[in-house]
Design a protein. Structure first.
Lengths: 216, 216
DNA sequence: ATCGGCTCGGGAAATATGCCCAAGGTAGCG
DNA sequence: CGCTACCTTGGGCATATTTCCCGAGCCGAT
C-alpha cells in the first residue's frame, strides 16, 4: 500500500510518518511539503491514499485536493487537520475528501482511519461525524453570503477571522500583502460588512471559527 | 412617587413613560435624555427611583450612575438596557445600581421592577439573576486583563467588540475620532493584543458581547 | 476564439494606528 | 494647601492598512 503524506511542517509530517511506519509496516510512505509537490508526487506514482493537511502554504489543502481529484477522480484523500470546525469539514468533503481527522486523534485512530480510507471507506472522526449528523445544515448551513465566496476568498476569510496577522497570512498563502489586502476588501464587499469586527462575528455565527482557544 | 427616566431615544423613553403612566397612575415621571441632564434633574428634585439606560451618549449610564450615587448614596437606580451580557450586569451592580432589566421584558415586569426597586429592594431580571447565581464568577469572572481597564476604556472596548463604526462610537461618546483611536491603542496595549480580531475574540470569550445578533 | 471569472498585484489617495506629548480635571495625601 | 498620580481628552507626525481602479495571466465554457 502506498500513502502520500502532505504537510508543510517537516517535524509533524515525519512524526506521524514514523508512527505509521511502526504501526503499519506494510505501507510505503512518500511525503510532500506543499500542494505543488503533492501534485508532482502523485503523477510520479499513484498512491492508494493521500493524507492531507488543510493548512498548506501556496495552494491550500482544499485546492490541492480539488486538483488531485480532477486529475484522478478515484484518488482517496484523508484530511488531517488541526481544526475541527464543521464548515471546514464540510468543505473538505465537498472537494472530494473521503475522510477527516483532527490532529488530536490518537495514533490508533489515525491508523484505523488510514486503513479504512485506503480501502475506500469514508472515515470521519467520531465526534465530528456525530456533529455533522446532528447538524442537518448539510449544504446550506452557512450564511448565504458565505457561499458567495470563492475558495480562495473563503480561506482568507477564515484566517482573517482567526486573527492571524496579515503578513503571516500572506506568507502562508504565498501572496503579497497587497493582494491579501485586496482580497480582504473583496471579501468584505461580498459579505456586505464594513469592518474586521463584523467579519469575526459572522465567522463565529456560522461556526467557521470557534472562540476560547487563543489564535495561533 | 417620583421617577426619573433616562434614555437618549425619545420614542423609546416616551414609550415606556406612557406605559408606566398607564400602569402606575400615581407616579410622577420626569425625563432626561443623557447623563448630563440626569444629574441636573436629580439636583432639581430628588426622585425615588432613576430608570437608567446603559447606552447614553456622552457620559455613559454607568458613569452617570457612579456620579449620582456619589452625590446621593441613597438614590435608587434601575438599569434598563438592551444588553443582557452578564459582565455588563455586574458592572451595573458594581457602580451601585439596585436593579437590572432588559428591554425585552414585558410591561408587567417593568412595573414590578419599578415598584420593588423604588421600595429599596433589589430587582434583577429573572433569567439574569439565575445566570449570575449559577455563574459564581462573582468579581473575577472576567479575564484578569479586563480589570486593568478603566471605566471609559471598558466602554470603548465593548463598543469596539460589538463592531460599531469608529465614527459612531466617537459620536456617541462625544469625543474626537482621534481620541477614540488613542483609546483603542491604549486598550489593545492593556489587553496585550495586537488586532481588532483578537479583541473581539477576547470580548466573546469573557461574555462581554454575544454573537448571533447583528450589530446595530 | 472569445468571454467571463478567479487570482494576483501595482499605484494613488484616503484612513487608521502607534507613539509621544500636553493640558485640564479630580482624587488622595502629607 | 500644594503635590502627585491618574484619567480623559486631543494634537502632531510617521507608518501601516484600506480602498478604489486598473491590468495581466490563467482556465474553463460557449
Amino acid at each position: 500500500m502506498k500513502v502520500l503524506l502532505v504537510d508543510d511542517h517537516a517535524v509533524v509530517r515525519q512524526g506521524y510518518a514514523s508512527l505509521l511506519r511502526a504501526l503499519l509496516p506494510d505501507v510505503q510512505l512518500r511525503e510532500a511539503c506543499d500542494g505543488e509537490q503533492a501534485l508532482q508526487r502523485v503523477q510520479e506514482e499513484i498512491p492508494n491514499l493521500v493524507v492531507m493537511d488543510i493548512g498548506l502554504p501556496g495552494i491550500s489543502g482544499l485546492e490541492t485536493t480539488r486538483r488531485l481529484r480532477q486529475r484522478l477522480p478515484q484518488l482517496r484523500i484523508l484530511f488531517f487537520s488541526m481544526h475541527d470546525e464543521l464548515p471546514l469539514v464540510r468543505q473538505a468533503l465537498d472537494v472530494g475528501a473521503i475522510g477527516y481527522l483532527t490532529k488530536n486523534s490518537s495514533p490508533e485512530v489515525l491508523v484505523e482511519a488510514v486503513k479504512r480510507t485506503a480501502a475506500g471507506h469514508a472515515y470521519i472522526e467520531q465526534q465530528l461525524a456525530t456533529q455533522l449528523a446532528c447538524n442537518p445544515t448539510s449544504s446550506d448551513g452557512l450564511d448565504p453570503r458565505l457561499r458567495e465566496l470563492t475558495q480562495r476568498e473563503f480561506e482568507i476569510f477564515v484566517m482573517l477571522a482567526r486573527g492571524l496577522p496579515p503578513r503571516q497570512i500572506a506568507e502562508k498563502l504565498c501572496i503579497s500583502a497587497k493582494t491579501l489586502s485586496n482580497y480582504q476588501t473583496l471579501v468584505k464587499n461580498k459579505l456586505q460588512i464594513a469592518s474586521q469586527v463584523e467579519l469575526v462575528h459572522l465567522a463565529i455565527d456560522s461556526g467557521v471559527v470557534r472562540v476560547g482557544l487563543e489564535s495561533a
